[in-house]
Design a binder for this molecule. Structure first.
Ligand code: NAP
Length: 311
């Protein structure tokens, strides 16, 4: 059975950039796209912060362009979903849609998913006023000079709320407790911002209005008093954390307590020959451009690793 030199698991900016670099190194990488080809970025409307696109670029289009660029240099794309991995010996053994794939090296670029609230209306109104990324969507015309709400009490929620004060008329910060989890400096800066109004001890019980097919507000419940209210807003920014897509690798490589892959020696994991890039190993930056940069690093590390073996 043929052994792939490099298999890349995931097809977001990290995966495609790793594919581009390993393809140009003549390693003919096999990219396994997973269930969501293009990754999380394809769920955002317009990406305005990826350098080189002064007018912004549709997330789906950006991923398609990256794919084409990698394929032009010999990357192979398979829309397969990896079911299991065996990193205990080399070549590594992956089961992809029931078929065995052998790989001399693997680059993990499986990304992360946004944690969801699970409130009624949240899913139905995603991209219609519900978003999980202020940096991606905050500047959209629909949110300009409108009341907005951020859900969460961590650094992400604070960062998003501060960012959104540039666009919204007022930014509500709804948190389920009476103090922020965010770092002290971030919390102080957030609470000192006159455009941010915290709403404590509250959860969102419903995102409105599915009937109108657009966000008009959120229903809130105060967890201490039980009081219910409606907060009219044009945008709901959910920032309650991320979940790395790493279930597949539990017990196979080192993950931290939140499930993020722990790189060592650059982009290598604790298993020689298995590399990692992007949001599945990054709980801090989480941007398309940083994921792409990490994909480049992983590809270079992988190429050098394979070259050293063949010396
Ligand atoms: P986080 O620190 O885990 O905070 C998540 C927040 O969402 C918490 O306040 C949590 O409430 C709340 N939450 C979780 N599930 C919820 C639910 N189902 N309903 C309502 N609220 C819910 O996540 P994060 O803010 O994304 O930060 C992740 C890591 O990245 C942290 O280590 C953070 O320091 C780091 N980070 C750093 C920066 C920076 O330094 N610039 C920026 C962003 C993130 P509770 O407080 O009640 O648990």
């Amino acid at each position: 059975m043929a052994i792939e030199k490099v298999v890349i698991i995931g097809s977001g900016p990290a995966g495609w950039t790793a594919a581009l670099y390993t393809a140009r190194a003549q390693l003919a990488p096999l990219v396994l796209t997973g269930k969501q080809p293009g990754g999380l970025l394809t769920t955002t409307s317009i990406v305005e912060n990826f350098p080189g696109f002064p007018e912004g670029v549709d997330g789906y289009e950006l991923m398609t362009r990256m794919q084409k660029q990698a394929e032009r240099f010999g990357a192979k794309t398979s829309f397969g979903v990896v079911e299991s991995v065996d990193f205990s010996q080399r070549p590594f053994n992956l089961i992809v849609d029931g078929e065995k794939v052998l790989a001399a090296a693997v680059i993990i670029a499986t990304g992360a998913g946004h944690k969801h609230l699970g409130a009624p209306g949240e899913h139905e109104l995603e991209t219609k006023g519900v978003t999980y990324c202020a940096t991606c969507d905050g500047a959209l015309p629909a949110f300009r000079n409108q009341p907005l709400v951020v859900i969460g009490g961590g650094d992400s929620a604070c960062e998003e709320a501060q960012y959104l004060t540039r666009f919204g008329s007022i930014v509500y910060l709804v948190h389920r407790r009476d103090s922020l989890r965010a770092s002290k400096i971030m919390a102080e800066r957030t609470l000192a911002n006159p455009k941010i109004k915290p709403i404590w001890d509250s959860t969102v019980t419903e995102v409105m209005d599915v009937q109108k097919d657009t966000v008009t507000g959120v229903k809130l419940k105060n967890l201490k008093t039980g009081a219910e209210s409606v907060l009219p807003v044009a945008g709901v920014f959910i920032a309650i954390g991320h979940v790395p897509n790493t279930d597949l690798f539990k017990g196979k490589i080192n993950l931290d307590e939140n499930g993020f892959v722990v790189p060592q020696q650059g982009a290598m994991t604790n298993v020689p020959g298995v590399f990692v890039a992007g949001d599945c190993a990054d709980h801090v930056y989480r941007q398309a451009i940083t994921a792409a940069g990490a994909g480049c690093s992983a590809a270079i590390d992988c190429e050098r690793f394979l070259a050293a073996e063949n010396c």
